[in-house]
Design a protein around this ligand. Structure first.
Ligand code: ATP
Ligand code: MG
Length: 259
């Protein structure tokens, strides 16, 4: 059975997609079988893995609505070592169309049953909202990775996110506590005093729930998506790539001791 992680934060532009594609790449480099699910209508994880979102015959949208089998929709882009369940703007309609469906928050989970055993890891890139799509991710997951920029407003909204995760854990998906919450500091600049201060606060507050690896701000990570590649594949020697690889190692070690 795959370990299922969602990468979530309802704040926009905090590094969710960058984290999702690089963890997928890093895990696959260690010979783990990985499925990356793009659950965001923006389709950034799709494009960032080298899949053209405008040319999809079907996407995660059809899977959620039960119109297409997940096995026919996932694909393996030529330049990378993991599978992708792609998305595009069609997905924004799913939010509305799912509202009247039965078990609407479990559509993704039920679709994943068919492929769970084929993977070691399933990573879900969430949209920047605590929406029905994100709820579907939480209902499918064993754990949530929250990328955070250590800025003044970083903590704002965190309690809503934590409350939602707790609510899902208590009422919908007890499995979410298998791994629970992990915070990842991203786009970090250690020269900025405020960042160091916020980072220390996070450690004080969340203890071992804060991953020790810190992802630095690194322009190579920002350039990679325009080449349709995760930063790790685009420039493996960059500081960002090395940090994400270290993060993968830490995650695997964490799972060894906590599962
Ligand atoms: P959204 O909420 O819109 O889905 P997101 O949380 O997925 O955004 P990303 O798209 O991963 O965030 O990152 C936002 C921007 O920051 C992107 O332009 C990305 O390339 C850039 N970025 C992410 N991580 C880094 C990093 N470590 N160093 C420099 N730039 C980064
Ligand atoms: Mg994103």
């Amino acid at each position: 059975m795959a370990a299922v992680f969602c990468i979530a934060n309802q704040k926009g532009g905090v590094g969710k997609t960058t984290t999702a594609v690089n963890l997928a790449s890093g895990l696959s480099r260690l010979k783990k079988k990985v499925l990356l699910i793009d659950l965001d209508p923006q389709g950034n994880a799709t494009m960032g893995s080298g899949v053209q979102k405008s040319e999809l015959e079907s996407s995660v949208y059809e899977v959620l609505l039960g119109l297409e089998d997940i096995k026919n929709v996932r694909q393996r882009p030529p330049a990378i070592q993991f599978d992708v369940l792609p998305s595009n703007r069609n997905l924004s309609a799913a939010e509305v169309e799912m509202v009247n469906l039965e078990r609407r928050e479990r559509r993704l989970r039920e679709a994943l049953d068919a492929v769970q055993d084929e993977y070691d890891f399933i990573l879900i890139d969430c949209p920047p909202a605590l929406s029905l799509l994100t709820l579907n991710a939480f209902c499918s997951a064993d754990g949530v990775i929250i990328p955070m920029q250590c800025e003044y407003f970083a903590l704002e909204g965190l309690s809503d996110l934590l409350n939602t995760v707790r609510h899902v854990y208590s009422n919908m998906n007890p499995q979410l506590n298998t791994i629970g919450l992990l915070l990842l500091r991203v786009m970090f600049d250690k020269r900025v005093t405020l960042s160091v201060h916020v980072s220390n606060q996070l450690e004080k507050h969340f203890g071992n729930r804060v991953l020790k690896t810190v992802i630095p701000r690194n322009v190579r990570m920002a350039e990679a998506p325009s080449y349709g590649l995760p930063g790790i594949d685009f420039d493996p020697s960059s500081k960002g790539a090395k940090a994400y690889l270290a993060c993968v190692e830490e995650l695997l070690a964490w799972l060894e001791t906590h599962r």
